[in-house]
Design a protein around this ligand. Structure first.
Ligand code: GTP
Ligand code: MG
Length: 427
């Protein structure tokens, strides 16, 4: 994106919700936008709200309101306007022209945060791809903005040729990034094939819900935790012990989700997030002390559905219950979550996570039942497949037969049965 030199930007946050939205919800959304702005290093001067029946096609907000906003910007000396809603390229351009101040929407702000926080080369490439895809249809506006900053005659609006050249350059770069990312994804898929069939779980959830804190508490290792949105961008995996017999599970922490996550960003992070899909079970972490936790839970469920993980085995982990009253915790426990098992924990209180270990163990046992298999000498090749795909607990060789006690996923069991392996204790 276009970088302006320091000092810090001073922004007015603009929300234009539907008339039906409750005032408290609007306020909370703008507060979240304020936290995003803070993470991006922007000072927030004020907020500005207009309730709408539907967005204005030309300016998003109404014309009169836009004039009012312009006045407020001038009076308060704002250098930036941040819209909570996604602006079309045209609305952004028109509004920017009318007010004469740079406008960003929530999506652009999130992209900016990701760009400054991504550490691995893969995460950086994913963010750059998303940024370029966002930028491409908005090039004219970016150019108009640049010409105002530099203020030079002859810089006012580049000719069509300049735009064409820029679009072509962007297209080349997009193609190159996609190619690189596909290569990385292929390498990872190959690595995964070589992995043993250890049980895996992944932490998913709204940003700041406490995913990394839970990983830290369960693994007893240092994991980066911060009271900021998007503290974690790169997935981290640790081994944790579950149950009483010292059974081990690989637990992966993932990037948090947020309302109106730019879809380009979800698409370019797909490869990383798909790793979560390889987990036997997802731990959906919820900040139960947040007034809008139900909306946050829905946002996460929507993104998971987008990623094709809507039906994946999941456990709900209601975190931060240390901030609730005993009655508040009881009210959460009394609710029904359908068939999804739910846990009520605190990642910061000693010993509170023991039930999580036990439930995780029980769930994984359900997902990967323990079975006994008998293979004939002709099926020798399948034995190594079982070692690769599952967890072999015991092996005895009886003459030409191999007897195994193992944990395998239903899919692997179905495949083995299809190939004539004798399976006991399942289905
Ligand atoms: N009181 C309380 N605070 C918690 C609990 N779990 C996490 N926190 C705090 O919540 C904040 C966010 O925690 P993180 O573990 O970084 O959250 P995250 O889900 O990994 O967040 P992102 O990586 O930003 O998506 C930190 O300030 C934690 O100390 C809890 O059980 N109780
Ligand atoms: Mg985190």
């Amino acid at each position: 994106m276009i970088e302006l030199a320091a000092p810090r930007e001073k922004a007015i946050l603009v929300g234009a919700p539907a008339k039906s939205q409750a005032a408290a919800v609007t306020e909370e959304h703008l507060e979240e936008l304020g936290r995003l702005a803070d993470t991006a290093g922007v000072d927030v001067l004020d907020t500005f709200v207009q309730r709408l029946d539907s967005p204005h096609p030309r300016l998003y907000i109404g014309e009169g309101k836009a004039e009012e906003l312009k006045q407020q910007v001038d009076e308060q000396g704002a250098t930036l306007i941040i819209m909570d809603d996604e602006l079309s390229p045209r609305q952004g351009r028109n509004l920017e022209q009318l007010i004469g101040t740079r406008i960003m929407d929530r999506a652009e702000l999130i992209l900016d945060i990701f760009a400054t926080r991504a550490r691995t080369s893969e995460a950086r490439a994913q963010v750059e791809l998303a940024q370029l895809q966002y930028l491409r249809p908005r090039l004219t506006r970016m150019w108009a903005h640049l010409s105002r900053v530099r203020g030079g005659v002859g810089m006012r609006g580049p000719g069509e040729t300049q735009l064409e050249t820029d679009r072509r350059l962007i297209d080349h770069r997009i193609a190159k990034l996609k190619e690189d990312l596909e290569r990385v994804a292929r390498t990872r898929a190959t690595q995964r094939k070589g992995r043993t069939g250890q049980m895996r779980a992944a932490l998913v959830g709204y940003t700041n819900a406490g995913k990394s804190s839970i990983l830290r508490a369960l693994s007893g290792t240092e994991v980066f935790v911060e009271d900021r949105l998007f503290a974690t961008l790169d997935p981290t995996t640790r081994t944790i012990e579950v149950g009483e017999e010292g059974a081990e599970v690989l637990l992966t922490d993932t990037v948090g989700f947020i309302r109106k996550l730019p879809h380009h960003l979800v698409a370019s992070f797909r490869a990383t997030l798909e790793e979560a899909g390889e987990a036997d079970v997802l731990l959906h972490v919820i900040d139960s002390s947040h007034p809008q936790w139900e909306e946050q839970k829905e946002v996460v469920e929507d993104v998971l559905r987008d990623l094709g993980l809507g039906e994946h085995p999941t456990v709900l982990v209601f975190n931060k219950i240390d901030r609730l009253s005993p009655e508040g915790v009881q009210a959460l426990r009394d609710r029904s979550y359908g068939d999804t098992p739910a846990l009520f924990v605190s990642a910061v209180e000693e010993g509170q996570l023991q039930p999580a270990r036990e439930l995780l163990h029980a769930e994984l046992r359900k997902i990967r039942p323990e079975v006994r298999l008998t293979l004939s000498s002709a099926q020798g090749a399948l034995v190594s497949e079982i070692y690769r795909e599952g967890e072999v607990l015991e092996r005895t060789d009886h003459g030409t037969e191999v007897h195994l006690r193992a944990r395998l996923s239903p899919a692997a069991l179905g495949r083995l049965r299809g190939r004539g392996v004798k399976i006991y204790g399942w289905g």
